[in-house]
Design a protein around this ligand. Structure first.
Ligand SMILES: Cc1ncc(COP(=O)(O)O)c(C=O)c1O
Length: 398
């Protein structure tokens, strides 16, 4: 066995990285990570301030640029992800916005998976287009569609996998190969998989984004986000946009998220175990027309899911036939909450067509296979037997 004193944090297993990674104790030797709730920093002299601003002396200058609590969160998540650098962001959407806009300029082209969280779709379709960036949306599971859409001016390939809300799986390694052949950067929103079950950078992605609001907090408290990747790329593409547009995470939120990371591995493994059991139970119910869970053999991209994921995740989607049945199901739940959030300790279910994907036009909903009967379930940490009874009773009433 190796001597622990010689081990680097990179040698630790994920569970250890999540508890110990990035820890920087102050002079007081506190057990828990210190919360540096400060906007700015002071200097011993004018010369010291100048040196710090020039980058010639180490230290922090302003929390919009960096802060010790933010640094601990960034270092811990980078260590878990196997990334050289992480930049914390105020929310998942701040992370997606910065990650995309930092790579793009007028005249550039983006290829994106069609099944995206509504706000991600809005950024490309409504916002980036105002600045002369054109986006082609493709079925992310169809490699020929990516092959046909990527062209010389394509700067970014953007995808979610599993995608929100129907858990479509895209082959990250194959898309990265197609993209890299023409110098296109691959940005993956890894929210549904979590860093525990999928490592996009290892599969060939250039940038990974998270809504830390979801599983990383996982206890319904704060918004947060993160961008991860190679140091050179993050410095060149994102350093200035972050400094000057101000999507910085609050140190308080970073502290909450550090605590969330400590238990992330335990929580998502337990959630995924329960989700797999519930998916099988839901699929066997006579009122259910379709059940989507990446690790069930009947998932359309099951082979890709098991190739690139280490677990099926904590979300299940299913079709109850029509909106009225889906609403009856949601209204009959007694333990599971009706909520559009996900990744929480509390189980939550939503009707995507009228909530998270309400702004997606009907023809686009049809293209991604989203039907009025679909329900998305985020499985929490309650007892699996209690959840199974609650869901079975609600299905009977659907
Ligand atoms: C896949 C995905 N990406 C990004 C986001 C945005 O995250 P946030 O709400 O933290 O801005 C969400 C959910 O809200 C999401 O489901």
């Amino acid at each position: 066995m190796s001597d622990p004193s010689e081990e680097r944090p990179q040698d630790w297993a994920p569970a250890t990285r999540l508890v110990r990674g990035g820890l920087q104790r102050s002079a007081y030797g506190e057990t828990s990570e210190a919360l540096f709730l400060t906007q700015s920093f002071v200097y011993d002299s004018a010369e010291a301030a100048e040196a710090r601003f020039k980058g010639e002396a180490p230290g922090y200058v302003y929390t919009r640029y960096g802060n010790p609590t933010l640094q601990m969160f960034e270092d811990r998540l980078a260590l878990l992800e196997g990334a050289e650098l992480c930049r914390a962001q105020a929310s998942g959407m701040a992370a997606v916005h910065t990650a995309l806009m930092g790579l793009l300029k007028a005249g550039d082209h983006v290829v994106a998976g069609r099944a995206l969280f509504g706000s991600c779709r809005w950024i490309l379709k409504e916002w980036a287009s105002r600045f002369g960036v054109e986006t082609t949306f493709v079925d992310a599971a169809d490699l020929d569609a990516w092959r046909g859409a990527i062209r010389d001016t394509t700067r970014v390939a953007f995808l979610e996998t599993p995608a929100n809300p129907l858990l479509d799986i895209a082959d990250i390694a194959a898309i990265a190969e197609l993209a890299h052949a023409v110098g296109t950067k691959v940005v993956v929103d890894n929210v549904f998989a979590t860093p525990i079950f999928q490592s996009p950078l290892t599969l060939g992605a250039d940038v990974v984004v998270y809504s830390a609001t979801k599983h990383i907090d996982g206890q319904g408290r704060v918004l947060g986000g993160a961008i991860l990747g190679a140091r050179d790329l993050l410095e060149s593409a994102y350093r200035d946009i972050i400094r000057h547009t101000g999507p910085a995470l609050s140190p308080f939120n970073a502290w909450v998220l550090l605590k969330g990371l400590e238990t992330l591995d335990l929580r998502v493994r337990r959630q995924a175990e329960t989700a797999g059991r519930l998916a099988d139970m839901i699929a066997a119910h006579p009122k259910v027309r379709q059940t989507l869970y990446p690790f069930r053999p009947d998932h359309p991209q099951h082979a890709t899911a098991v190739k690139q994921m280490r677990g099926g995740g904590s979300l299940v989607a299913f079709d109850l036939g029509d909106q009225a049945a889906a609403f009856r199901f949601l209204n009959a739940l007694r333990i599971v909450d009706i909520s559009n959030n996900l990744g929480d300790a509390k189980s939550m279910a939503t009707h995507p067509a009228t909530t998270t994907h309400r702004a997606v036009p009907a023809e686009e909903q049809a293209l991604i296979g989203l039907r009025p009967g679909h329900v998305r379930l985020s499985v929490g940490l309650e007892d699996a037997g209690d959840l199974a009874r609650d869901i079975a009773r609600a299905l009977d009433r659907a």
